[in-house]
Design a binder for this molecule. Structure first.
Ligand code: 5GP
Length: 189
């Protein structure tokens, strides 16, 4: 998606260890116009996929997911990073965060993720795929069906996409970064 790639080159900032900051337009301050354009592109790419619910993980996935849910007129559910005491029928799993170098729990109520659900999962980044595999684990625990996964930015050099495709997951990424070596952003053509 050219608009997104241009914006990443203009406003993205690269850090040691293969981390890209996009906090001025995606995951801290947000650009709603760009968010909408990205959601339109996700809807186009998953047009032939039968979906009845959009799922993400808090916090950065919520904005793009709700835009997609709005366009598709579907409910959006997000996995929480802390299990509230009041959550009924919680399904939980552990995810390793590579940016924070620690494990954390994600949970979702079985009330909102059921065996009737056909899920489109949306998130901001795909790196090693740990968050995505955590979401997949919750989907499997619920007996739901994963229909596809859409990411705003994929860092191909961290292998998450390959791992997901090995499990036959339909993955769509709006901007695929081949390398951040020497803090130079190189896109995959
Ligand atoms: P994964 O689980 O695929 O290794 O990483 C995905 C999660 O880690 C995303 O949900 C995102 O929040 C965070 N993440 C991974 N790489 C980056 C990055 O380069 N920049 C930012 N801002 N977040 C990242």
């Amino acid at each position: 998606m050219e608009l997104l790639k241009k914006r990443i080159l203009q406003d993205g900032r690269c850090f040691e260890g293969g981390i890209l900051k996009v906090d001025s337009f995606i995951n801290h301050q947000m650009d709603p116009g760009l968010m909408k354009a990205m959601a339109v592109e996700f809807v186009r790419r998953f047009a032939s996929t039968p979906v009845n619910k959009v799922m993400t993980i808090e916090a950065s996935g919520i904005a793009p997911a709700i835009m997609v849910g709005f366009l598709l007129d579907l409910p959006v559910v997000f996995a929480k990073k802390k299990s509230p005491k009041t959550m009924r029928n919680a399904l939980t799993t552990t995810v390793h965060s590579f940016t924070k170098d620690r494990d954390y729990e994600i949970c979702i109520s079985h009330d909102f993720l059921t065996s009737d659900d056909h899920i489109l999962f949306i998130d901001d980044f795909l790196a090693h795929g740990n968050a995505a595999f955590g979401a997949l684990e919750l989907i499997e625990q619920a007996g739901a069906t994963l229909e596809g996964m859409g990411f705003i930015i994929e860092k191909a050099f961290q292998g998450g996409s390959q791992r997901l495709k090995q499990k036959n997951v339909h993955v769509e990424s709006l901007a695929v970064i081949e390398s951040l070596d020497h803090c130079i952003i190189r896109f995959k053509e």
